[in-house]
Every structure is written in C-alpha cells, then in structure tokens.
Design a protein around this ligand. Structure first.
Ligand SMILES: Nc1nc2c(c(=O)[nH]1)N[C@H]1C(S)=C(S)[C@@H](COP(=O)(O)O)O[C@H]1N2
Ligand SMILES: [Mo]
Length: 443
C-alpha cells in the first residue's frame, strides 16, 4: 500500500483504532512507566508468541542485571544454604516446557462494576517456549528441611517509595513439580530484560503473578508469607460473589490456576465488511488438554464446532478457527472451550473485587458497508490541578491514570493506597485532586 493510500484509509477511519496508545513492535503500550505492554489481537494467530509480541507486566521498573556479579541465593528452611552462579545453573540438566503465561488481571477492563488497576483487555497473555532447570533439582542441591511449606522468590527489581517489594511464594508441592522451572531461555534465546533476564520462575498452568522475574533469591518457609503481594494482592473470593460485593479478607484465597478460557481474536476489529471472515482465536487451561471450541454468532442460540490447530502441548494454548460469511447487521459472537477434565468455559463472568481471571469470550460485531465511527479516547490531563504531577508521576505516567474508570469513593481509596506507598499529596490539594480524577476518569 502506498503512503498516500494509507493516509487516506486512516483519515477515513478504516484503520483499527489503538485505544489512544501508540504501538511498539506489535504491542499496545498500556503504560510506559511502569512498563505494561499488551499483545494485539493479531498475536493470537501464532502458536508460539514471538518475544516482540509478548506482553510485558512490571510492577516497578526493569532492573539491569550484571551477569558477572549475579548470584542465586538459596536459604531459609534448607539443609545447606548457599549460592549458585549462572555457570553452575547452566551446567545442570535442562528442560523445556511450552506454556501459556497470562497475567491474572488480563480482561480486567471488561468487568462491571470497574475496578482500579491495569486495564488489560485481551492481550495480557502469550504462549512461550521456556528452557531452564527444574526448580526441584536446584532445591535438591541445598536440601529442603521437613516442614517447609512455601518457597519464596525475590527479584532484582526494588520498588520506589514505600511500595512493597514484589515477592511471591508458591506452595512446596508446586515447587517440587517436575514442570516448575527456573528458566534462562525464552523461545530458544536468552531471556530479554523485560521478561526477567537472567532467570525467571516458570509455573505452568498458573497465573503470571507467580512467574517471578529477575530471580536473585529463593527461601524455604515453614509458614505463610505475609508480604503485601501474597497477603493482600492477588487474592480472590473462595466462593462466587455478586458483582460489586466487598469481600472480607478472610474469605479470599490466593490466585493460582488459570481457568479454562478462549479468546475470539479474529475479527480483530468490532466493525467489519459483509464478506467472508475467519473467526479464530486461542484456548487454554491449567495444564488440561483443550478438547473443543464451539462458536456462536447469534448470542448463544446456535453453536458450531471450530477446527482446532494441530500444535498442542500440555500447558500451551490451542489455536482454533471457523469460517463465517455474515450479512449486514449486529452480531454477538461467543466462544466456549471444553477441556479433557470435563469443564466448559462459562458464558458469564465471575466478578471479583480485583478483577482477576476474566474468562468469557463475547464480542459485539457490526457488519456494515459503511465505515466505523471514530471512538473518542479518555481526556488527556492537560488541565490537571496543582499536585497531580507530584502525586502521580513519581511512579507512573498519565496513561495509567487515564485508563481508570472509578467512582469517587474508589478514587478516594486509590489515593489512600498511593499515599500509603509514599505518594506526596498536600492536605490542601487533596480534595481538588480527588474531584478532578472522579470527574474525568469515571465509569
Ligand atoms: N520481579 C518481578 N517479577 C514479576 C513481576 C514483577 O513486577 N516483578 N510481574 C509479575 C506479573 S504480575 C506477571 S503477569 C508476569 C509478566 O511476565 P512478562 O512481563 O514476562 O510477560 O511477571 C511476573 N513477575
Ligand atoms: Mo500479572
């Protein structure tokens, strides 16, 4: 396509919109600081997600690790605490696991009522080929004392202010599982800095919050770890709750397994032409084989079976597709996957206070000869009151603020949380700031 034709197309509104964000090598920049990049819907066409399309989720910043100085510290409830060099790790028996890495918050943007946090849509997920050593082989070198219940991981990223360090535990049974790895390679190459160079944890079948990056320390514990990222964050209700319910902490459990899920990735836009189109996507679960994907184009009245892709592996996603020739009109597309354990993907979301583990595949699509109307993005903070910049910019950019859709009381709670983490908000500026945020970035 010529440059002129491209300009004409984009002026006519035919190019898919990017939610106000720029795109970097196949990714949507949800937030530049901290780095949170989302895979585009096109990414679901690849069985193995190339590194340049792989989503990035960082709570703080990306640490630069010097391999010469790097050591893996192993301690706590072990027989022989010690350190391992990168050379020593690379000399051990290697294993490769192909598996889905998905952020627990992927799909959060779709929950109603909305909640604070990174507004992931579809692409907080990728399928990678992870190579490294079994965690249990590493732990065998130091020995683990009887009674050790959890293994704690710490990475080289150190948070700003009084924000809690990203430290996470996994139970000893999962740590000793033969598919749980400490990986140094992704898709056959050394891990990139964004994805945890030089070493990260691979917890196949579990959500991404357990896949600790830039690992420098491992500790065996004989009790639950009470750091913020285990005790408060990454928890969801043990039993289903009604949307909007405030759930007492005692009724919350840690997020672990990924739920059975499929994503409708093609069509990639919600406004398409009346001509043949391939409906396609990917489906995955927590290490159980995907046995089928059914698709409905009429809101669930009738269903057809999609064709599954030939590539498969226990923890990987399975691609699927179905051809469709729509007439002009409005359609509700649905997909539901089934797995070998007899589960079927739900048609309704299970709301939870932090918006984790969204697993519904539902898309509204307009088929029309006319071109799509342009959607307006959230207002930029050009007229922000005094205090906005000092309060918010210490840890994140405007993009992160602009994607929130919160009620005044939810904004108040966010401000309190951020103040607890060291945000500088002057008492006399707080009301103005709260009103400004609530007026602009609301449900
Ligand atoms: N040390 C460290 N590890 C981390 C994180 C982090 O902020 N710091 N983010 C976690 C989260 S929430 C997710 S979803 C995955 C994302 O991995 P990726 O950036 O390689 O896609 O890394 C996890 N590991
Ligand atoms: Mo995540």
């Amino acid at each position: 396509m010529t440059r002129r034709a491209l300009l004409a197309l984009s002026a006519g509104g035919l190019l898919p919109g990017l939610r106000g964000a720029e795109s970097r090598a196949g990714l949507i920049i949800n937030s530049a600081r901290p780095k949170d990049y989302e895979m585009k819907l096109e990414g679901f066409q690849d069985w193995i997600t190339p590194v340049e399309n792989f989503f990035v989720r960082c709570h703080h910043y990306v640490p630069e690790v010097d391999l010469q100085a790097w050591r893996l510290d192993i301690g706590g409830r072990v027989d022989r605490p010690g350190v391992l060099s990168f050379e020593q790790l690379k000399g051990m028996l290697r294993t490769t696991v192909i598996g889905v890495l998905e952020c627990a918050g992927n799909g959060r943007a779709f929950y109603e009522p909305h909640m604070a946090g990174m507004q992931w849509r579809y692409g907080g997920v990728g399928n990678g080929r992870w190579t490294g050593v079994r965690l249990r082989d590493v732990l065998a070198k130091t020995g683990v004392l009887d009674g050790a219940k959890h293994i704690l991981f710490d990475g080289a990223d150190v948070p700003p202010g009084t924000m809690p360090d990203f430290q996470r535990t996994i139970p000893i049974e999962k740590a000793m599982h033969e598919d749980t790895l400490l990986a140094f390679e992704m898709n056959g190459k050394a891990l990139t800095a964004d994805h945890g160079f030089p070493l990260r944890l691979i917890v196949p079948g579990w959500a991404g919050d357990s896949w600790v990056k830039w690992v420098t320390g491992i500790k065996a514990l004989d009790q639950d770890f009470d750091g913020f990222w285990m005790k408060t964050a990454y928890r969801h209700p043990a039993k289903p709750v009604a949307p909007g319910t405030a759930v007492p902490p005692a009724e919350m459990v840690p997020v672990s397994d990924l739920p059975l899920k499929s994503v409708i990735a093609s069509p990639t836009t919600d406004w398409i032409r009346p001509q043949p189109v391939r409906i396609s996507g990917a489906a995955w679960a927590n290490g159980v084989e995907i046995t089928g994907v059914e698709v409905s184009t009429d809101g669930g009245s009738t269903w057809r079976s999609a064709t599954l892709g030939k590539d498969r592996s226990r923890y990987a996603w399975r691609l699927w597709q179905l051809d469709w020739t729509p007439a002009e009109g409005k359609y509700e597309l649905l997909a539901r996957a089934t797995d070998a354990a007899g589960n079927r993907q739900p048609l309704e979301p299970q709301w939870n206070p932090s918006g984790y583990l969204w697993n519904v595949a539902r898309r509204q699509v307009v088929v029309s000869k006319d071109s799509a109307p342009q959607a307006a993005g959230p207002p930029p903070p050009v007229d922000a009151p005094a205090g906005y910049r000092t309060a918010c910019h210490g840890c994140h950019g405007d993009d992160m603020v602009q994607m929130q859709k919160l009620t005044p009381s939810q904004w108040d709670r966010e401000l309190k949380k951020m103040e607890g983490w060291g945000a500088q908000i002057k008492a006399e500026e707080r009301d103005t700031l709260l009103k400004y945020l609530s007026d602009r970035y609301k449900p």
